[in-house]
Design a protein. Structure first.
Length: 345
């Protein structure tokens, strides 16, 4: 009987599509309360980066991050693997190496058995093993909807730290995973996903972004972030605004799961896509308004968005190619001219 459980039936949203919209988050984070400040905090909330970084004083920084969400797939074990992969990604996006993880579990005890929860945690444990870190503890609560994630601690040499606000004009842009998992997850929740498409999204979401640690060794990698709930445009916009640049994106070069386009045509559009576009659409110029359904599609455990100086582009492309993550150049960055932040052509 437990094998017949479909976790997505127990949640109102899916994966990173559950994230509060960028516009709402701005209100949430607004504060007039004085904060404790220290020059040891290298990266905090100001830049909307992937994780916080604290200077240890010996040339190394501690990375701290957390991420959790509601089920994006029906299988508990797979859900655990995706949630853990997504959480650890924030460390890799900073160019760091993960050290350990703490589990975060919310579970509707009266609706789903603890044995199913165990499968979720086991999925997370397997990913931690693959990443070479211990799942060292955690916290759980009785919750109306199932949720799972990790708080992850990592480390990074400060001279190799990669941020989302340090890009420079002329950088080429790369994306390591195709877009469209939000649409695929919505199709699954609506019962429209074809059997031959069932593994496309999960297989992508379970790929660790560990390449980020290697990319950090390349000086020409000027900025890096992972693409998650705000969609490609949302995270690129953070990079552009933080670096005071604008971006030109060639739509036909953006990697996309072809099957996702099929379901978007069937109106399998996540609510997160609409919230994303409402938050930042006025800052983006599109030749075709329908493109927003891909470009603002909320990704769960998405790929790395990398800004690379021309001098290092060949080295980066070779590394991505060797790891089967090279999807071509999707665009470039330029000096901000004071109009739109992103131009899609």
């Amino acid at each position: 009987m437990e094998n017949q459980i479909k976790l997505t039936q127990y949640s109102h949203g899916a994966g990173c599509g559950c994230k509060i919209s960028p516009k709402a988050l701005t209100t949430v984070l607004k504060s007039n309360t004085p904060q404790f400040t220290t020059n040891k905090l290298i990266v905090g909330t100001d830049s909307r980066d992937d994780a916080a970084v604290f200077d240890l004083g010996n040339g190394m920084g501690i990375i701290s991050t957390t991420d959790f969400f509601l089920p994006i797939v029906d299988d508990p074990y797979t859900f655990g693997k995706i949630a853990a992969t997504n959480a650890i990604s924030d460390v890799y996006a900073m160019g760091g190496t993960p050290l350990m993880a703490i589990a975060i579990l919310g579970w509707p005890i009266n609706k789903l058995s603890v044995e199913v929860a165990n499968q979720v945690v086991e999925g997370g444990r397997e990913v931690c093993l693959k990443a070479g870190i211990p799942l060292a503890g955690g916290h759980s609560i009785d919750n109306p909807e199932p949720l799972f994630g990790l708080a992850v601690t990592g480390i990074v040499p400060l001279d190799k730290l990669k941020r989302n606000d340090t890009a420079t004009a002329g950088c080429k842009l790369y994306l390591t995973k195709p877009l469209g998992v939000g649409a695929l997850a919505t199709a699954q929740k609506e019962g429209k996903l074809k059997p031959e498409h069932e593994n496309i999204g999960p297989n992508s979401m379970m790929v660790l972004n560990s390449i980020g640690t290697q990319l950090a060794n390349i000086p020409g990698v000027k900025a890096m972030t992972d693409v998650t709930g705000f969609g490609l445009m949302g995270h690129l916009l953070e990079l552009c605004e933080g670096s005071n640049l604008e971006a030109i994106i060639e739509y036909h070069k953006v990697p996309v799961f072809e099957s996702a386009l099929e379901y978007i045509a069937q109106k399998c559009i996540p609510g997160g896509t609409v919230r994303n576009w409402d938050s930042y659409g006025e800052k983006i110029e599109l030749p075709n308004n329908e493109m927003r359904f891909i470009l603002a599609d909320p990704q769960t455990s998405g790929g790395l968005l990398i800004a690379v100086d021309e001098s290092s582009s060949e080295q980066v492309e070779q590394l991505l190619y060797e790891n089967e993550l090279f999807n071509g150049v999707i665009g470039k960055l330029a000096d901000y001219k004071g109009d739109k932040r992103i131009f899609v052509i």
